[in-house]
Design a protein around this ligand. Structure first.
Ligand SMILES: [Zn+2]
Length: 313
């Protein structure tokens, strides 16, 4: 029997999954992320949690294929991470070597950027199973992107390939994006971006009735309102779709993927979001990419641990 651990490291918690070598999720759990003292305890905490689980299950080191890590920052092919703001990591270091050292070199470690790793998870056991050329966009607080070509994650020179959220939309915003630029895709098409568009529509049309005037302004409520036929919310959905669909048509122009997977919190609102994206995509994309398949992610919040485990498979 062989096993592999997949670890999804976030700013508040670390999710860990124990998988069989065939990709069956045997058990998952989480531990808090300790960001004190520049997050120095994060890797040792992961190592001791994994060692404790192996001991509990009677799994020996020789049965473990390795430990995969998904991290909220750019990670290159060699395992070098440059910065992970959410983890309070400010240095450039080799995260694979550092975690391997926590295991005294007993276990193999592979690391990747969390959005890239989530794409790999969907490719391995989710919506992208059976496809070789995949683009995944994760619509959450920001927008993450992951690109798989010929079954391999594309990391780029500094681990920053697939940063779809920071493609320039052509619309300048007053407020800067988290990256410091203005007019990035994630400022319009993330959950936060949807709220931005919603506020604009409400403020610019003070006399128009909308059910969003009496509800907390969030993406989930906005898509509910779209389903109910709320006209103001439908305009927000159209603007969201224009930014995202057009942005993805640019991505398809470069990569010509077989499938584009939409994940993250916004995708949980269901298929209602899809036509707004695909309509604009098909309008602008180069004809040879016109039949690109669109689908929603199927692994939900577990995509990260699946993908991290897949780094070892
Ligand atoms: Zn940006």
């Amino acid at each position: 029997m062989s096993y592999v651990y997949g670890v999804d490291v976030g700013g508040t918690s670390v999710k860990i999954g124990l998988f069989s070598g065939e990709g069956e999720l045997i058990e998952k759990w989480s531990i808090p992320t300790n960001t004190d003292n520049n997050g120095e305890a994060i890797l040792p905490d992961i190592a001791s949690s994994i060692d404790a689980k192996s001991k509990e299950k009677g799994i020996s080191d020789s049965e473990i294929l390795g430990v995969g890590l998904g991290l909220p920052g750019p990670v290159d092919d060699r395992g070098i991470i440059r910065k992970a703001v959410n983890l309070h990591w400010n240095d450039t270091f080799n995260v694979e070597e550092k975690l391997a050292a926590c295991f005294d070199g007993r276990l193999k470690v592979k690391a990747g950027n969390d959005a890239n790793v989530a794409a790999l998870g969907e490719a391995w056991m989710g919506a992208g199973k059976g496809y070789k050329n995949i683009v995944m966009v994760t619509l959450g607080t920001g927008i993450g992107g992951g690109v798989i070509i010929n079954g391999q994650i594309v990391t780029g020179t500094r681990g920053a390939a697939g940063e779809i959220g920071h493609i320039y939309t052509g619309t300048d915003t007053e407020e800067p994006c988290n990256c410091g630029n203005r007019g990035c895709l994630e400022q319009f098409a993330s959950a936060t971006g949807i709220v931005r568009l919603l506020k604009e529509e409400l403020e610019n049309n003070p006399d128009e009735a909308s059910e969003m005037r009496n509800k907390p302004l969030d993406s989930k409520n906005m898509w509910e309102a779209v389903k109910n036929g709320d006209e103001l919310s439908i305009r927000v959905a159209e603007r969201f779709g224009k930014y995202l669909g057009t942005g993805l048509s640019v991505v398809a122009g470069v990569l010509n993927p077989e499938i584009i997977i939409i994940g993250g919190g916004v995708s949980m609102s269901g298929d209602v979001i899809m036509p707004y994206i695909t309509k604009n995509f098909r309008e602008h994309v180069f004809h040879a990419s016109g039949d690109t398949i669109f689908t929603r992610a199927t692994l939900g919040n577990d995509g990260g641990i699946y993908g991290a485990a897949a780094l070892l498979i």
